[in-house]
Design a protein around this ligand. Structure first.
Ligand code: PA5
Length: 406
């Protein structure tokens, strides 16, 4: 199914006991039915779903939606937009101007219910929806939060919003298989059953019973490279619609491993775009990184290179080849060149870019991430460093250094 390869892959390491969690991939059927019902209602009544959330509360859904949606169109006519992941007033103002021309539903997602970016954004958007939809506004807002705690929970109860629950033991970056990920994914017209099915197969394939499996091999190998002095892992892929999957991966590994002055710095590149930019550094700059090439073999569409009579650009030797074939060959070229340049190249390959394989891959990465953090002897599930910035920002805001605008 998923193939991991590296010439010097490490197959054995002694690791402390791993936490035995399944990331909620067994979402109960009644919840799945409710999620699909709401998704269908959104599609009937709206052409935009605005997802408000930050970090783990939106990156997973966005990664899946981008990976499983064709370029330049939607799956089902519903456009999914995102807010609450930045604090740009310009973004928010221009978003509202855009929303004015659309029929809108809102899904606000925050486990704590008190993260500054989504909380501020929701305050603005709630007022907008109420102004616009008046007594119908309550139906247009769906809250995804903790079962019991937090200000968002209290707002949801007071206003009578529909609520979906993020299980107490699942942190944001591990929450894509919970309602936090599933509602936006289902609304975007992606088959959540296939997505969860992929994750369930991955759970079987990457169980703790057999540490020869690919999740352990990947974690062992990156840990070994880290111990050899490499300080950065570059995740690279060749399909632009995987950009947000990169962002999700970056958060997953960065927030789970980067603590107590330990961990690989996770970075990402999109090829071939970045080969003409940061590619110079990768080939030839400081030797600090190894690279993990992510490749999906089968893509749903392709196009052939035409022959021309004059062959002025001298590309007739590629005439008749398909663009995806050339892209795959460029991947092999990159792997050879970077390895020769002193960059260890790991490969992760999946058969097809679809909901099933994306679910499979995300489970693989979550599992490998927990193994990796355990090898480093750090807690994969907390993020104490994120709290430090929040505290400093709050102190400054309390001191009232923000100039109030009209
Ligand atoms: O992975 C995490 O736990 C974080 O990235 C959170 O998802 C992020 O900080 C948002 O938190 P919340 O859902 O509580 O608003």
């Amino acid at each position: 199914m998923l193939k991991f390869s590296y010439p010097n892959a490490i197959s054995q390491y002694t690791i402390p006991t791993l936490p035995n969690i399944d990331y909620y991939i067994d979402c109960p059927l009644d919840q799945l039915i409710e999620i699909e019902k709401i998704a269908s209602e959104i599609n009937t009544n709206a052409n935009v779903l605005l997802v408000i959330g930050v970090g783990g509360s939106f990156l997973g859904a966005r990664a899946v939606i981008d990976a499983c949606t064709p370029y330049f169109r939607t799956n089902n006519g519903l456009q999914v937009l995102y807010a609450g992941n930045n604090m740009s007033g310009t973004y928010l103002k221009q978003l509202i101007t855009y929303l004015d021309t659309k029929e809108v539903y809102v899904n606000v997602i925050s486990k704590s219910g008190k993260t500054m970016e989504p909380a501020l954004t929701f305050r603005v958007i709630k007022e907008y929806i109420e102004r616009r939809y008046k007594d119908k506004s309550r139906h247009r807002i769906i809250v995804t939060t903790d079962r019991e705690n937090g200000p968002l929970k209290q707002i949801a109860i007071k206003e009578g919003y529909r609520q979906l629950i993020i299980p107490i033991d699942i942190g944001g970056r591990y929450s894509v298989f919970t309602p936090a990920g599933l509602l936006p994914i289902a609304a975007a017209g992606i088959d959540i059953h296939m997505f969860l099915h992929g994750a369930k197969h991955a759970r079987l394939d990457f169980s703790n019973d057999n540490i020869q499996n690919a999740a352990f091999q990947y974690a062992f190998t990156r840990y070994d490279l880290y111990n050899q002095g490499y300080s950065m892992e570059l995740l690279a892929s060749f399909e632009p619609r995987l950009n947000k999957l990169h962002e999700w991966w970056k958060q997953l590994f960065g927030e789970s491993e980067g603590k107590e002055h330990k961990g690989l710095y996770p970075s990402t590149v999109n090829y071939s775009t970045d080969l003409h930019a940061i590619g110079q550094f990768i080939q030839d700059g400081s030797r600090i990184m190894f690279e993990t090439l992510l490749h999906f073999k089968e893509l749903e569409e392709d196009i052939a290179i035409p022959f021309t009579l004059e062959d002025i650009d001298q590309l007739n030797y590629l005439g008749g080849s398909s663009m995806n074939q050339i892209n795959a060959t460029s991947k092999d070229g990159v792997a050879l060149a970077h390895a020769l340049g002193g960059v260890p190249v790991l490969k992760i390959e999946l058969p097809k870019l679809d909901a099933y394989n994306v679910g499979y891959l995300m489970f693989f990465f979550m599992k490998a991430c927990v193994i990796s953090a355990t090898l480093l002897q750090v807690n994969p599930f907390d993020q104490p460093g994120v709290e430090a910035y929040k505290q400093k920002m709050n102190e400054l805001l309390q001191e009232n250094i923000v100039t109030k605008t009209n």
